[in-house]
Unconditional design. Structure first.
Length: 520
């Protein structure tokens, strides 16, 4: 999978090309550099406490390459619990390494930011919740733990702290602006206020326990299908289980419905943030109609718990599939009309054009991914890059732009909405032509030995990864969830530089990054 790397890769079972290997310490950073030189990118970095098995920890990195996902594992001795950092090769690794330090106490040897990332005052500095001896549920008294923001000095510079508590229903996050007048010269984020112990809750469970699928679907409510499918894919990968074809198509149907729902909501919110309330009203109307039909088809407005290991919970049936296809035709006309209005509205375009720009070179260097990446010249889309069915049969068209500003992220949303409407129509039509009595769920056989599995797919924000490790009894040792917002939050800090403070809500919404899925 990686030419020049001397190790043996094991191809994991499943519909996506995922291979796994253990490598030596001396090869860890060299491998990161090799991946970078070949045009690959870092998807995720995490760690596992394997001491009950072999007396060591393990640090993992998942790299996207032209031939698939390379999952690499580095054994880490205890003590000294240190490993070579890779944030000098992939800057996106910096916050992931800080999370590993908070959760497991493993520290990069160099090039690392030692500030806590997830911990805050929730637990003491010497407590690491994902260590094997921690049982979870411990309580601690809160205390003072000042966070050392990077200071900005100079004539006329002052700070504006925003959050972590925001108005309305916005999730908690702290944003520290350094400004001169109205112009932003630096933004520093502090996240980690939604930590809920999800990854700890998976430890010690059987992967086919229904509560595991329910927990995975609640990693992030706006991406419940993406996380549910990725977790199911990881379980099926570990069990070497093939999903019935009709179930695979129904999963894609639900995932594309999720993508459209989020794009409709964002397009309305972006219009509203630019003072165009008409856009919010129209897209809110369309999204509500969309979610009501979701409730009829999937028994939940957001299709929560629809995807489960082995398949899906129900088949919408011929009449609802007709309704889903018909709604796409109606929605396509309305979205196209609203796009014309947005494109021709001088006030909107004045706010959108040039705001929050991320140049393609910066996007490539810092690892911008998903929807936001495609608006800045990074064309990766797993639906088109690989042959996960049914996408391989549907010839997914990539949406892309090189402008990198709010206008580009709006344009990509419009393009992806229209393409998803085409895909949903094609899937719904195809399902009507096949046997409605086809199997939509088959129970995987429980694994009774050590195994690995991975789920990797394109959610509406970008690529979602679930990496699953089972111990020698088939019990979950580690279940790691990765959201593309890990890569994209640092780019928001760069995007806002040089813009005025009142444009931050608009720029922020154009990324619409994940708090909950970023902090487990």
């Amino acid at each position: 999978m990686l030419p020049g790397l001397h190790c043996t890769f094991e191809r994991l079972s499943g519909p996506m090309p995922v291979s796994r290997a253990s490598i030596a310490r001396k090869s860890w950073k060299a491998t990161a550099s090799l991946v970078r030189s070949l045009g690959g990118r870092l998807v995720s970095l995490w760690a596992t406490d394997r001491r009950p098995i072999d007396g060591q920890f393990a640090v993992h990195a998942a790299y996207a390459t032209s031939s698939g996902l390379a999952w690499l594992t580095l054994p880490v001795a205890d003590p000294p619990r240190v490993y070579p950092g890779v944030d000098d090769v992939f800057p996106a690794a910096a916050r992931m390494q800080r999370a590993v330090a908070d959760l497991l106490g493993l520290i990069p040897e160099e090039h690392h930011d030692a500030r806590p990332w997830l911990r805050h005052e929730a637990w003491p500095a010497d407590y690491h919740p994902l260590l094997a001896e921690r049982i979870g549920g411990e309580t601690f008294e809160g205390g003072s733990d000042p966070y050392p923001f990077v200071p900005v000095e100079g004539d006329g510079v002052h700070e504006i702290p925003v959050g972590p508590v925001h108005a309305g229903v916005i999730e908690p996050g702290h944003f520290r602006f350094s400004v001169v007048g109205e112009k932003v010269v630096r933004l520093e984020e502090r996240l980690g206020y939604t930590h809920k112990g999800i990854e700890k809750r998976f430890e010690g469970r059987m992967p086919l326990d229904p509560d595991c699928a329910r927990l995975a679907a609640r990693v992030s409510g706006d991406s419940t299908v993406a996380y549910g499918w990725a977790f199911a894919m990881a379980v099926e990968s570990a069990a070497s289980f093939d999903v019935p074809q009709r179930a695979q198509w129904l999963r894609a149907l639900a995932l594309e419905r999720e993508r459209v729902a989020n794009h409709l909501g964002d397009l309305g919110a972006l219009g509203n943030d630019a003072g165009f309330a008409f856009g919010l009203a129209q897209f809110s109307r369309l999204k509500e109609d969309w979610l009501r039909l979701n409730a009829a088809a999937f028994s939940h407005r957001y299709a929560m718990d629809y995807v489960v290991p082995g398949g899906v919970r129900n088949d919408p049936g011929h009449m609802l599939l007709q309704a889903l296809a018909g709604q796409c035709s109606e929605m396509r006309q309305e979205v196209a009309q609203l796009r014309e209005i947005y494109d021709e509205h001088a006030g909107l375009q004045d706010r959108f054009a040039g705001a929050g720009r991320v140049a393609p070179a910066l996007a490539a260097r810092l690892g911008l991914t998903g929807l936001a990446g495609r608006a800045s010249g990074q064309s990766h889309d797993l639906r088109a890059d690989f042959v996960l069915q049914p996408y391989g049969a549907l010839a997914v068209a990539r949406a892309s732009s090189s402008q990198g500003d709010v206008a580009a992220r709006v344009a990509v949303r419009f393009d992806e909405t229209l393409e998803s409407l085409r895909l949903i129509h094609a899937i719904a039509e195809g399902l009507q032509e096949t046997d409605p009595a086809a199997v939509i769920h088959a129970d995987p056989v429980a694994v009774a030995t050590a195994a690995y599995g991975a789920g990797w797919l394109e959610g509406w924000r970008g690529e979602v990864l679930v990496a699953l490790e089972l111990d020698q009894y088939g019990v979950i040792r580690r279940c790691h969830f990765h959201d593309p917002s890990w890569q994209n939050w640092p780019l928001l800090e760069h995007a806002v530089i040089g813009n005025i403070v009142p444009d931050f809500p608009l720029i922020n919404k154009s990324f619409n990054l994940n708090y909950s899925g970023h902090d487990l």
